[in-house]
Design a protein around this ligand. Structure first.
Ligand SMILES: Nc1ncnc2c1ncn2[C@@H]1O[C@H](COP(=O)(O)OP(=O)(O)O)[C@@H](O)[C@H]1O
Ligand SMILES: [Mg+2]
Length: 251
């Protein structure tokens, strides 16, 4: 399949590309362009889905839909919640999404363990130095209690990977080491392939979810990643400084 070269950010184009490559296909959640038929199909196939603006960032406009009993659906956007009947679902979604191009994606069950279930994900920064893609750092993000997103702009807390894995996911040392190895492999496969769509860019960030069965999922690949709202906010600035150093060498 030919690789299309892109100049603007498109979550859908990236998901489509990665879902057709053997190295990355199994990490891409089921993703489609949002329209009435895909909404019907996806809400029947999955009990939770995310709607995201194709060119969105900072979790703006992200909506989650949960299928409930009695043919009802719960929609959540930021702190707002709305329950609607099946026959009102498309009309409600149309109203919330307006003219913006959206995608619909299978939800990943990315919750922490223990008493307090919180959503989390990983921000994984990668840079190209002398033609070789390297992982600059991985940072955990813990969502606010009750929130379905994790970015710091919406109450999420950037968290050291070690803390996330040990305290919030209860991984053993062996599980931690194994997960970090798997993550590094997935990140490099993803950015190497996305860089064929954006050959001039020398840094990307992959947003990754891990489900309760330790399966790795790629939510999106960011093409102009900032480190202020995540790595800079960690209690330990080692990774932040490391990425800044690597940026000076990257091209
Ligand atoms: N398929 C999904 N399953 C579970 N959570 C998701 C999914 N997609 C997105 N999210 C949550 O929403 C946040 C924003 O989604 P993302 O695709 O990264 O878009 P943005 O460009 O707004 O950052 C993610 O950081 C994650 O917390
Ligand atoms: Mg993101």
């Amino acid at each position: 399949m030919p690789i299309e070269v892109h100049h603007v950010k498109s979550k859908l184009a990236v998901a489509y590309q990665l879902s057709h490559l053997p190295e990355t296909a199994s990490y891409i959640p089921d993703t489609e362009l949002l329209h009435k038929r895909s909404l019907n199909r996806m809400t029947r196939k999955f009990d939770k889905v995310y709607l995201k603006p194709d060119r969105g960032r900072k979790s703006r406009g992200v909506i989650r839909i949960d299928r409930m009993n009695r043919g009802e659906y719960k929609l959540r956007q930021e702190t707002r919640t709305k329950v609607v009947k099946a026959n009102e679902l498309w009309r409600t979604v149309e109203r919330l999404t307006g003219d913006t191009k959206y995608l619909i994606q299978q939800a990943v069950n990315n919750v922490t363990r223990g008493r307090e279930l919180r959503h989390f994900d990983l921000r994984c920064h990668a840079l190209r130095i002398n033609g070789v893609w390297k992982v600059g750092g991985i940072c955990g993000r813990l969502g606010e209690k009750g929130s379905v997103i994790t970015t710091s702009h919406s109450g999420g807390t950037p968290t050291l990977l070690e803390t996330l894995f040990t305290r919030h996911l209860k991984y053993t040392a062996l599980e931690r080491a194994r997960m970090v190895r798997r993550l590094n492999k997935v990140i490099i496969h993803a950015v190497r392939n996305v860089s064929r769509m954006y050959p001039d860019l020398w840094e990307f960030a992959v947003d990754i979810g891990i489900d309760t069965r330790k399966r790795i999922w790629i939510f999106e690949v960011n093409i102009e990643p900032l480190i202020r709202g995540n790595f800079k906010m960690l209690p330990n600035k080692t990774l932040y400084r490391r990425i800044k150093r690597m940026r000076r060498l990257a091209k």
